[in-house]
Ligand binder design. Structure first.
Ligand SMILES: NC(=O)c1ccc[n+]([C@@H]2O[C@H](COP(=O)([O-])OP(=O)(O)OC[C@H]3O[C@@H](n4cnc5c(N)ncnc54)[C@H](OP(=O)(O)O)[C@@H]3O)[C@@H](O)[C@H]2O)c1
Length: 249
């Protein structure tokens, strides 16, 4: 059976595809954005820190890949109308969206439910689940205009192995996977649109360091080492695959 972890993408895999990646300023999102650009995509770099996004933009331009765009939006602060405005701007500039990767996320607080800070819970659920819902809601018409659209949510090991004290992060990743399955089912009659999740596994990023401060980061793969399954789901080789969760490790 095909294993996306060993996927070898063609160098022109994503040529002429317009790909929106949330949380592209750092970690896994940044690595996937750079890899997607290296495989021909026009990448729309979403994040909340324009300075960090500009550094990713510059790295893609310096590598002589298709010129990306910067899409700033702070998921904690934005209201629904700002997502609608964002989608309208994308429609005006690109006319369609070929892929949407929901990668941005926050760890939130890890504490027993009895003591979990309530506003922190709400913020984490909002950034990790509600923001992907709203963005999907307003981008679906653009995705439906693509010949081969793909939506990707980001899962986590806490879905397969739920455990104590992971707070809103765990609940949000279960909800995100539920949203993926629901959407895949809703779009069943539109077989060109695929909706899947990726669990990146343990990756050397800011979030992982926050979750496991005592861990030696050198023992973990860098984000650039786990992008294969992302490229597989972004490109045409995953046509017809929907409602599944893939592991990068
Ligand atoms: N690393 C792992 O081992 C691991 C394991 C399982 C799942 N994951 C998942 O993989 C995804 C990427 O995580 P990562 O490890 O690459 O983490 P990361 O390095 O901390 O990157 C998170 C990204 O999300 C952005 N973000 C956070 N809050 C935001 C907000 N309010 N509005 C807009 N953007 C926001 C960050 O922007 P800033 O640069 O401005 O902070 C950054 O670009 C997450 O969904 C995470 O849950 C990671």
């Amino acid at each position: 059976m095909f294993d996306p972890r060993t996927y070898q993408p063609a160098s022109n895999l994503l040529t002429d595809r317009v790909v929106l990646i949330t949380g592209a300023s750092d970690g896994i999102g940044k690595a996937v954005a750079q890899a997607a650009a290296a495989h021909g995509a026009t990448v729309l770099l979403h994040g909340r820190n324009v300075r960090k996004l500009e550094a990713v933009y510059d790295s893609i331009v310096a590598a002589k890949h298709a010129r990306p765009s910067i899409v700033p939006l702070d998921f904690e602060k934005a209201g629904p109308e700002e997502y609608e405005t964002l989608a309208a701007a994308l429609e005006q500039e690109f006319g369609r969206l070929d892929a949407l990767l929901h990668n941005a996320g926050m760890l939130g607080e890890r504490a027993p439910i009895e003591h979990h800070d309530v506003p922190k819970w709400m913020r984490t659920m909002h950034v990790n689940v509600t923001a992907p819902f709203i963005l999907t809601r307003y981008c679906l018409p653009l995705l439906k205009r693509s010949a081969d659209p793909s939506i990707i949510f980001t899962s986590s090991g806490v879905v397969a192995r739920p455990r104590a004290y992971w707070g809103a992060y765990l609940a949000s990743k279960w909800a995100s996977d539920g949203l993926m399955h629901m959407l895949a089912d809703e779009l069943e009659n539109k077989p060109t649109i695929r909706v899947n999740s990726i669990d990146p596994g343990k990756v050397r990023t800011k979030m992982r360091l926050q979750a496991y401060p005592a861990e030696d980061p050198q023992t973990l793969p860098e984000p650039g080492a786990i992008v294969g399954p992302y490229l597989y789901l972004l490109g045409p080789d995953s046509r017809g695959v929907s409602g599944e969760t893939f592991s990068c490790q």
